[in-house]
Design a protein around this ligand. Structure first.
Ligand SMILES: Nc1nc2c(c(=O)[nH]1)N[C@H]1C(S)=C(S)[C@@H](COP(=O)(O)O)O[C@H]1N2
Ligand SMILES: [Mo]
Length: 257
């Protein structure tokens, strides 16, 4: 949306911080706490903020509107940038609200994915059934609000196809993800139906490793990292707002393009 060529010697985070000063919202407080988070949003779009004017416009689009309005403004045709194989970050960073050795241990044989809420078919899914679904691969950038970003290669089923298969009510407002480590997040239906939103079972050519979310995660390249739930055990379709783990600490619920 603010496509401009990168200009050397300009510190994006300083520009954004200055623009954020003029806003007054909980989102601003979060942004002020972490100016890198602001730069991250420009990375999501593949564009850069090079002056105070575009910084202010970007911040307005993130915080003047409430989450529902942001969801309405969401452009389902706008794609996150994709990268060549050579751009993949190896090793890929791990992140969670606990250290890596505390990641849940899940037995693939016992596992089932629960489907709840407004769907025709609430049959739980085994991992074998999930692995048999048609798949596609994406090489996209994951951006964490803590100040890092990395390019990864994820393979899985298009989430819109999965929602169609379970007969989800596509007029529902939210899709909520409950995870084995008690992490939770929820997203708007337009983002759930975005062509790059993927229910992911493989990472960089292998079964999704434990630390990256075994047995499955939701990969959303149009949203920040914390909106990409790992170790998903339940998917709920519905109209009740369930928020999320980082959202309760003040992070913007929409956190996307
Ligand atoms: N279940 C679960 N999902 C989660 C998290 C978590 O702590 N638990 N952390 C989120 C955050 S903040 C980030 S940046 C990414 C990190 O994913 P990665 O370990 O594959 O890099 O997972 C997201 N999804
Ligand atoms: Mo994150």
């Amino acid at each position: 949306m603010f496509a401009k060529f990168r200009t050397p010697h300009i510190d994006t985070s300083v520009i954004l911080k200055e623009a954020a000063r003029r806003l007054d919202s909980p989102t601003r407080r979060v942004f002020m706490r972490n100016a890198i988070g602001l730069g991250s949003l420009t990375l999501l779009s593949g564009c850069d903020v090079v002056d105070g004017f575009s910084a202010e416009r970007m911040l307005q689009s993130m915080s003047d509107f409430n989450d529902r309005v942001q969801a309405l403004l969401f452009d389902p045709n706008k794609l996150a940038p994709e990268y060549p194989e050579s751009a993949v970050t190896r090793p890929f960073p791990f992140n969670a609200f606990y250290p890596e050795d505390k990641a849940p241990v899940i037995d693939p044989g016992d596992f089932h994915l629960d489907i709840t809420g407004l769907t025709e078919n609430q049959k739980p899914w085994t991992l074998e059934e999930l692995h048999a679904l048609p798949r596609f691969t994406q090489i996209t950038r994951h951006i964490c609000i803590e100040g890092w970003s990395a390019i990864g290669k994820w393979t899985g089923v298009r989430f819109s196809d999965f929602l169609a298969r379970i007969g989800a009510d596509l007029s529902a407002i939210y899709v909520t993800f409950r995870c084995d480590d008690n992490y939770i997040t929820s997203i708007d239906m337009p983002t759930a139906l975005h062509p790059q939103t993927q229910l992911t079972f493989w990472f960089d050519g292998e079964v999704l490793p434990r630390k990256y979310g075994f047995p499955m995660k939701l990969r959303i390249p149009t949203k920040l990292g914390f909106k990409n739930p790992k170790h998903i055990g339940e998917i709920e379709i519905g109209n009740d707002f369930n928020g999320g783990y980082w959202e309760t600490y003040g992070y913007n619920w929409f956190s996307g393009l």
